[in-house]
Design a binder for this molecule. Structure first.
Ligand code: CTP
Ligand code: MG
Length: 235
């Protein structure tokens, strides 16, 4: 069916996977609900997305048994859907279906952003949108690798030094059109750790957009103190 809204400009939605258990953080509860610098990790993340005017709406993917989100992010004004899966890829795929149910179209853009990357700056998200909005494929925030890269072997000893030239580490947001990302994730299965790799598997080359080192993913116990320091000292 063709409607007037089908012809309107593509919108940008944000999709925030927030259904993980945070095993590596070892905090005894989902890391996205830990308090740092006065509020929770996910509340910082959602506040950053809310400061980007081109993001029309944000959908947060929660675990089916989540009973905390509303209390941990009381200012959130978007959609929350308890459709989380067993893996991050599963949660993102379910989130895309939830967006489609709420009216997002195949050509609309989706910015997938980890709940656990609470230091993302609105200016970096704007830069990603600027770089991708007229692109045929889409892209991601990423950083050129600065350290020398080692392949570990037996007993945490170096087996090999890898060539770091031309290597980047992938961050989020990752921005792709809903229809393409849906197809890509359906083919890629559950083992991928980011959206771009699913898009790459279809033969496309996502655009690398320079991110910032602050936008790291809170993963290990020590990451929380660093994030707290940065949040308290960054304007
Ligand atoms: N995530 C999700 N659904 C899952 C697994 C992860 O929505 N089944 C989300 C997390 O909540 C997080 C983001 O994906 O915001 C990035 O994942 P990761 O850092 O791996 O978080 P966890 O899976 O929670 O942590 P860990 O792997 O240490 O258990
Ligand atoms: Mg994980």
């Amino acid at each position: 069916m063709t409607t007037a809204s089908d012809n309107s400009a593509a919108k940008c939605y944000a999709l925030v996977p927030c259904a993980g258990v945070g095993e590596r953080a070892g905090a005894g509860g989902p890391k996205q609900y830990r308090e740092i610098a006065g509020t929770t990790v996910v509340a910082h993340t959602l506040a950053a997305l809310a400061r980007v005017p081109r993001v029309a709406k944000t959908l947060v993917v929660l675990a089916a048994d989540d009973g905390e989100f509303a209390a941990r992010a009381p200012a959130f004004a978007g959609w929350a859907d308890p459709c989380g899966g067993a893996t991050r890829a599963g949660s993102v795929a379910a989130g895309l279906e939830a967006l489609a149910r709420r009216g997002a179209r195949d050509r609309d853009w989706v910015l997938v952003h980890d709940a656990a990357r609470c230091l993302v700056r609105p200016s970096a998200i704007e830069r990603l949108i600027d770089a991708c909005i007229d692109d045929a494929v889409g892209g991601l925030l990423a950083l050129p690798l600065s350290d020398t890269l080692k392949q570990a072997g037996e007993g945490e000893r170096v087996a090999q030094t890898l060539d770091r030239s031309g290597k980047w580490t992938a961050q989020t947001p990752q921005m792709f059109r809903l229809g393409l990302l849906r197809r890509a994730l359906a083919q890629a299965g559950d083992n991928i750790t980011d959206e771009a790799s699913a898009i790459e598997a279809l033969g496309h080359a996502p655009r690398l957009v320079r991110g910032e080192p602050d936008n790291f993913k809170l993963t290990w116990p020590a990451d929380f103190a660093l994030a707290e320091r940065l949040l308290r000292t960054t304007p």
